[in-house]
Design a protein around this ligand. Structure first.
Ligand code: SF4
Length: 461
């Protein structure tokens, strides 16, 4: 880099936004600008002049990046988002050329572009003596898959089940890695499978993490995703004492809930288990969020299901469209219409905070591009997106992930964005299997559509 970060920033922007720039030039410019911006103290938000839309991929990427920065995004984020757009447009072109999803074709040439820019964070860091704060891992949470065992086989669940439990040493190493993060507040997340099949181990690791955070003067918090089977009042009390929030699944009334939630033991009733868990959480003061999953065949009952959740006392809800299956336009319209209606019907409660709809406040779309970090039962580090379609993974899927957890020295050195999540999914699924290529593109399109509708509900521009 030149010795003058401000000049690097200006030159990078000029290169990225130059009329007629090709995708490589746009990305090179954005990385240069991001490098400069990371070293300029208090770089003010800027109004950028995007090139005219000449229909080329480079112009569309540059315009997209400029719009993102105008909304307050960072230049590194703009590079990431420009790559996501390139992949999305490239996949759309491939599916127009071969609607059945021939995995081999790439009419826009984005496969090679993604390969060249896969390590764009390293390009941003090139020549810098140390990683600037702006380019440290933006994540404050790490999810550990406590076990692959589960009492349910939900039809929309993508996680491959098995008998594997994560060894205590891996759980400890995950907690210790997160504690190296510089942020003042860090959150350890527990998932599975069903983490409360190992409640004692969850509590042990949580205590260890809390003590480690205290030693470092940090605030520790916890998030635990559970099917509720093991959430007794006693466990709820202990989790509440730790400052944990739990995520429970409630898809609607008994018939709707049990439709896709098949118990391994046929004598079990998943709906009754969830209701008992909600009761335990409420009684013991354990903060909880209910996730409601809609599928194309249950979406019509979404407003009634939401009303049912309120009726049983739930006050924090995330509504998900099931990933891994195609949403046709009427089903998607029913989903976005239901979300808008719920937001309008409960506007006062949502405004006052009496009711929380995560879709409006915290959920990031497209949901399938989840770039949070996760540790698998074997101690390997991954982006959570890898689990989105795991049970459909083609047999010849290439080895994914970011290697063993033990090889990462510091939490803040990890840096991956939605582009990496997308590229991972394409390599693992779309570029190997035509049907999955259609499904993934459909799910990303669904997420873009949901994001647009939610922005309209929030009154965003
Ligand atoms: S309870 Fe959770 S982990 Fe178990 S099958 Fe259902 S979605 Fe998957």
């Amino acid at each position: 880099m030149t010795t003058d970060p401000a000049a690097e920033l200006e030159h990078g922007l000029a290169q990225a936004l130059a009329p007629g720039a090709d995708p490589d030039a746009v990305l090179e410019g954005l990385c240069r600008a991001a490098r400069g911006a990371a070293c300029v103290e208090g770089d003010p938000p800027r109004a950028l002049t995007p090139p005219a839309d000449d229909g080329s991929l480079g112009a569309r990427m540059a315009r997209h990046a400029a719009a993102l920065v105008a909304r307050g995004g960072t230049l590194a984020g703009a590079a990431d988002d420009a790559l996501v757009l390139a992949l999305y447009l490239g996949e759309a072109a491939a599916l127009r050329a071969a609607p059945e999803g021939d995995p081999g074709i790439d009419p826009a040439g984005v496969r090679e572009l993604a390969r060249r820019w896969r390590d764009y964070p390293a390009r941003i860091l090139e020549g810098l003596p140390e990683r600037p704060g702006a380019l440290r891992n933006p994540r404050r949470n790490l999810q550990v898959m406590v076990t692959r065992r589960c009492q349910l086989r939900c039809s929309y669940c993508p996680v491959v089940k098995g008998e594997a439990d994560t060894p205590a040493a891996v759980l400890d190493a995950a907690a210790d890695l997160l504690l190296t993060g510089a942020a003042p507040g860090l959150r350890l997340d527990f998932s599975g499978g069903e983490p409360l099949l190992r409640t004692d181990e969850v509590l042990r690791v949580a205590e260890r993490f809390r003590a480690g955070a205290e030693e470092r003067g940090k605030a520790a918090s916890f998030y635990l995703v559970t099917n509720g089977f093991g959430l007794t009042p006693d466990v709820a009390r202990q989790l509440a004492g730790l400052g944990c929030r739990v995520e429970l699944s409630l898809d609607g009334d008994e018939a709707t809930h049990n439709r896709h939630k098949r118990p391994v033991d046929p004598a079990e009733n998943p709906y009754h288990r969830t209701r008992a868990a909600i009761e335990a959480a409420s009684t013991e003061g354990l903060p909880h969020t209910v996730v409601m999953v809609a599928t194309p065949d249950t979406v019509a009952s979404l407003p009634a299901s939401f009303a049912h959740a309120l009726q049983v006392g739930v006050r924090s809800v995330d509504i998900n469209y099931a990933i891994g299956r195609e949403w046709d336009p009427p089903a998607l319209a029913a989903f976005t219409g239901a979300l808008e209606r719920i937001a309008a019907d409960h506007a006062d409660a949502l405004r006052s905070g009496e009711l929380v709809l995560g879709n409006l406040s915290s959920k990031v779309e497209p949901a399938v591009l989840n770039a949070e970090w996760m540790v698998d039962t074997d101690g390997s580090l991954h982006l959570m997106t890898e689990w989105a379609l795991e049970s459909s993974r083609p047999a010849d899927g290439e080895e994914l992930g970011f290697g063993p957890l033990a090889a990462v020295a510091a939490w803040d050195d990890l840096f991956a964005g939605r582009f990496h999540a997308y590229h991972t999914l394409l390599r693992a699924y779309s570029w190997r299997d035509g049907a999955l290529r259609r499904v993934l593109h459909n799910n990303i399109g669904a997420g873009r559509s949901v994001a647009r509708h939610l922005a309209a509900s929030r009154g965003a521009p």
